[in-house]
Write a protein that binds this ligand. Structure first.
Ligand code: HEC
Length: 232
């Protein structure tokens, strides 16, 4: 009897709580997990792959362009521009059962489009092996670094070259090597900085990368590179 009474009381208090208290929803497994660090090219404080700065840009740049797997084009129903869409084809800790991993370099991206390097594929592999989590690196990176070789080349490779890495490049913008990136950006400095800052005066289609702004710290590295005369 005592036990029943206990449960009855528990139930009433729960109902009461539901009606009158603000109850925190259970943690959504797909909501971002802040792991700090990252933002630059590598998380300085841990070995954890950052989904937002390391994995997402690869899928968006190499797979999620217009005509392919962005929200509007959705070839074969596949969209690869967000955590929930990407993980539809990923099996946590099982890369060989992850279609959106195994297809890379096999059938996708199609021939003639920029391909992912082994290094980039390995970042995705490591992320899957770590549980394919929605890890979110906050905005810190090494602001003393702003040369082309470190980190600009990597930022361009991961965030831009899926669309701007083969000539003529989306929107006729080719950024695939130092000389091309330097001469294009130098001739369009002010606009370029607006473009990467997602300046609200620009039409949405001209805010780069289209999937969402790079983190502020990375934009800062780009800005310094531009303003200091494109050091190599
Ligand atoms: C998913 C494909 C895609 C990715 C990734 C991408 N771009 Fe673009 N970019 C485009 C398209 C498409 C256009 C043409 C847009 C238009 O003219 O409306 C464009 C245009 C541009 C332009 C010209 C804008 C203008 O004012 O006409 C610049 C500069 C640019 N991109 C830079 C970048 C940079 C830098 C990155 C990486 C940080 C990047 N893009 C990533 C597809 C992409």
């Amino acid at each position: 009897m005592k036990i029943r009474l206990f449960f009855a009381l528990l139930l009433t208090s729960l109902i009461y709580a539901c009606k009158h208290d603000v109850i925190n929803p259970p943690t959504d497994p797909t909501s971002p997990i802040d792991i700090g660090g990252g933002g630059g090219t590598k998380p300085p404080v841990s070995d954890t792959v950052c989904f937002n700065t390391e994995v997402l840009p690869l899928y968006v740049s190499y797979c999620g362009s217009s005509g392919c797997h962005n929200d509007a084009s959705r070839q074969k129903g596949v969209i690869l521009t967000s955590f929930s869409r990407i993980t539809n084809g990923i099996t946590s800790k099982n890369a060989s059962r992850s279609d959106y991993y195994t297809i890379i370099g096999d059938k996708m991206p199609p021939r003639g489009r920029p391909q992912l390097s082994n290094e980039q594929k390995n970042v995705i592999l490591k992320w899957i092996n770590q549980g394919a989590l929605n890890t979110n690196c906050i905005n810190t990176c090494d602001t003393t670094k702003f040369t082309y070789n470190d980190p600009i080349k990597t930022l361009l490779t991961n965030n831009c070259l899926g669309c701007h890495g083969t000539k003529p490049g989306s929107g006729n913008v080719y950024l695939g090597d130092y000389a091309s990136a330097q001469s294009y950006i130098n001739a369009n400095k002010a606009n370029f900085l607006k473009v990467i800052n997602h300046d609200p005066t620009l039409p949405v289609s001209k805010r780069m990368p289209p999937s969402g702004k790079m983190v502020d710290c990375q934009i800062g590295q780009f800005t310094r590179w531009v303003n200091k005369g494109f050091p190599q």
